[in-house]
Design a protein around this ligand. Structure first.
Ligand code: SF4
Length: 78
């Protein structure tokens, strides 16, 4: 890959954010839809300026649209 991509969990294509009313204390859920994690919670973190170290991370469409072609075209899409 050429260039440098900031890998934030919030920008991952496998992330699904939802509300689970069964968890009254913290109903906001961040679920991983990657086949390897099989619907488990995303490893995050969801803190500003902290990148995820998840090796399954892929940029979502919104992030990919903002990337320079030199970075986007060199990314290893899974
Ligand atoms: S666990 Fe990894 S692959 Fe899954 S949503 Fe979070 S960052 Fe993406």
């Amino acid at each position: 890959m050429s260039g440098r991509m900031t890998c934030m969990a919030i920008d991952c294509r496998w992330l699904r954010r939802t509300i689970d009313s069964g968890h009254a204390q913290s109903p906001f859920r961040t679920i991983c839809t990657h086949i390897v994690r099989d619907g488990k919670d995303c490893v995050g973190p969801f803190l500003e300026d902290m990148e995820t170290d998840c090796r399954l991370w892929d940029p979502n469409e919104r992030l990919a649209a903002r990337l320079p072609a030199s970075v986007r075209d060199g990314w290893q899409w899974q």
